[in-house]
Design a protein around this ligand. Structure first.
Ligand SMILES: O=c1[nH]cc([C@@H]2O[C@H](COP(=O)(O)OP(=O)(O)OP(=O)(O)O)[C@@H](O)[C@H]2O)c(=O)[nH]1
Length: 632
């Protein structure tokens, strides 16, 4: 199975993972899928006894999780994704279904039941293709499940309790995490390991292959829902560039209740065979089953109108370090949080509720706690923390965007209006104010760290012995490169003011990696020698004259056969996607975002050839090119 083309089908789609599970996020991120995380609010309370087999429960729960998110995004958060992925992992032993333990006793009960025995882990997965047509949500649902058998060794009471006290069991199906300490309990695994961890990646890719490269009609089985005509719609998606707008329309009898549940599908079993493909479309209806007026407020626009409130809520919660405060703590009441951080109770409660509604916090009668994704990305000290970038967005980008109207009218940066200083003065500020410098570096570090693996592996770079990351800042990409290519020596070349502040960002507890930091100005100073030069998030920031200086210098020091790796978000040829890069342009730096063909043209102009572009599915894409050999 050719994996990449299959996942590539999702590259330009708005993909949403309807799951708070950090493991699922990691599994999908690791294969380069670009997606948003919108945890489902569907409560896992389906009546287990109404399912003939445990996997049917998992599949139905996965489906309801995904349906809830698809519907909420369409109606409430007012943006319709192209694809929503939901999953649910359960453990089945002695005809019992085990989910996540509610407390330590429950974990003990589960682990004792698994002790010394074989059990099955089922993950149900739902892939929903969505489309908004005349304000109606149309969906095609595909679901499947995967089973893995796991056997536990005979474990002593003492060991079980020690494991329970580690805290690991609490958010894991069956009360153990096979990928971490729980792996010590396991004697054997038969089947897909990642399925136990929470997402059957292999089966998922096969399912995508079925959907996007469908077999001929007579090979496809269609599941028949009681009152829903089975339909045959996925052929339209097989086109290489097809987007969700290629949906074929179908009339169906299924109804959605107000929470977005497909009531006809909520209890009955689905996908008896994991190979069965299901598909139907559902018009959005209100509680009375009456079609909503096509003239209702355009949801996409309302979402955009509201976007600034959501951003600011995230920024302020991050600034007040609410996610740090809740890290590793049980649920906390608003009043206690307010007292601890010195804010008003009523204001704090509103902010916490806003964060809960945005899926950043969980709210229960006991209080507020971090979601897994808040723990991973929003606390300030996490390995994958985006805290620095969020603070940079609040303190630097927000004031600039507040002056967007003037920026558009005048066609230039608005630093003088936003900060009372010219762009040049501000640039100096970066290097004179320790706080601003650290904040900026933390922002760059967050992004570099989260994208480094995809950039490093976009191409096979094992042929290179030395690399120089120009403007490599904290060395996040450099450290990733030496991990992936142990024979590669990487030099990070950046301004002295930057190099002086890198120590805080260096990986701890590791042997000194072959990363060297050299200070200098890439516009003025000699560049260190290397087989491979890297420009990550550099070109989009500078005007053509500066790029001319920089690329001429790199081209001059490159020997034939040496290469240049550019990491940027590559625009599509229309230059309207991905919107993250298009919106970034509104900062009105003197630089610009470029499409694939523009990068090719630019690099060829400076004597680089064989320009290859890899859309990674992450924030940064990769462009690799080689210095023309003399004979060419
Ligand atoms: O060995 C492991 N087994 C299971 C897990 C994790 O367990 C949970 C299963 O719970 P669920 O499917 O309900 O998913 P949630 O985490 O609640 O997130 P949703 O928002 O999707 O409901 C899942 O996180 C597995 O990853 C494990 O880590 N190791």
């Amino acid at each position: 199975m050719a994996l990449h083309p299959v996942l590539g089908k999702l590259v330009r789609k708005r993909v949403v993972l309807a799951s708070a599970s950090p493991r699922r996020q990691e599994i999908l991120t690791n294969v380069g899928l670009r997606f948003e995380v919108v945890p489902s609010w569907f409560k896992e309370t389906l009546e287990k006894s109404s399912f003939a087999a445990p996997y049917e429960y998992a599949v139905e729960t996965a489906k309801q999780k995904a349906l809830e998110v698809a519907n909420r995004m369409h109606v409430k958060h007012l943006r319709t994704p192209d694809v929503v992925i939901g999953a649910d992992t359960i453990v089945s032993v002695d005809e019992q279904i085990l989910e996540k333990p509610v407390d330590k006793q429950d974990a003990y009960r589960m682990l004792s039941r698994l002790n010394g025995k074989e059990h099955s882990v089922f993950t149900g997965v739902a892939i929903i293709h969505c489309r908004s047509k005349d304000n109606q949500l149309e969906m095609e649902i595909t679901d499947f499940y995967e089973e893995t058998k796991v056997k536990f060794s005979e474990l002593s009471e003492e060991l079980l309790w020690e494991y329970i006290h580690s805290g690991e069991p609490m958010d894991k199906a069956g009360g153990y995490g096979i990928q971490a300490l729980g792996g010590m309990l396991v004697e054997y695994v038969h089947g897909d390991f990642l399925n136990v961890v929470g997402f059957p990646l292999n089966h998922f890719c096969k399912k995508l292959a079925e959907l996007y490269y469908p077999p001929s009609k007579h090979n496809v089985q269609h599941k028949k829902y009681d009152s829903i005509p089975s339909v045959d719609t996925f052929e339209n998606l097989s086109d290489g560039e097809s987007e969700s707008s290629n949906f074929t329309e179908h009339k169906v009898a299924s109804k959605l209740d107000s929470s977005g549940m497909d009531s006809s599908a909520a209890v009955h079993t689905s996908g008896k065979s994991s190979a069965v493909r299901t598909g139907f479309t559902v018009p959005l209806e209100n509680q009375n089953g009456v079609s909503q007026s096509p003239s209702k407020f355009p949801s996409k626009i309302l979402e955009l109108m509201d976007g600034f409130r959501a951003s600011k809520a995230l920024f302020v919660a991050s600034k007040l370090k609410i996610f740090d405060h809740l890290k590793d703590k049980g649920p906390m009441k608003a009043v206690d949080i307010a007292n601890d951080i010195g804010t008003s109770v009523c204001g704090t409660e509103r902010l916490l509720d806003a964060c809960a509604s945005l899926g950043l916090l969980e709210k229960t009668p006991q209080g507020y706690s971090n979601t897994d994704s808040a723990n991973t990305f929003l606390t300030s000290d996490g390995k994958y923390s985006l805290h620095g970038y969020i603070i940079h967005s609040n303190d630097h980008l927000w004031p600039l965007f507040t002056n967007l109207e003037s920026a558009v009218k005048e066609g230039g940066r608005q630093n003088h209006r936003a900060f009372g200083k010219k762009a040049d003065d501000l640039f100096k500020d970066y290097y004179h104010s320790q706080e601003v410098k650290q904040r900026f570096m933390a922002a760059m570090h967050s992004i570099a760290h989260l994208t480094a693996r995809d950039v490093a592996t976009a191409f096979d770079l094992s042929q290179f012995k030395s690399a120089c990351d120009l403007g490599g800042c904290t060395g996040a990409l450099a450290h990733e490169l030496v991990q992936v290519y142990p024979n590669l020596k990487v030099t990070v070349f950046d301004l002295p003011e930057v190099i002086a502040n890198i120590s805080y960002f260096q990986p701890s507890g590791q042997h000194p990696a072959p990363v060297t930091f050299v200070s200098g100005d890439f516009f003025k100073d000699n560049l260190p020698e290397a087989d491979l030069y890297i420009l990550s998030r550099v070109l989009h920031d500078w005007p053509d004259e500066k790029i001319h200086v920089l690329l001429s210098k790199i081209s001059a020091v490159c020997r034939p056969g040496s290469a240049l790796l550019v990491a940027e978000t590559v625009l599509d040829e229309q230059k309207t996607n991905p919107s993250v890069a298009v919106l970034q342009s509104l900062s009105m730096t003197e630089g610009k975002q470029r499409s694939g063909s523009e990068y090719k043209q630019l690099l060829e102009k400076y004597g680089f050839t064989d320009v290859q572009i890899k859309i990674t599915g992450n924030l940064l894409d990769a462009v690799l090119c080689f210095k023309k050999s003399l004979s060419l």
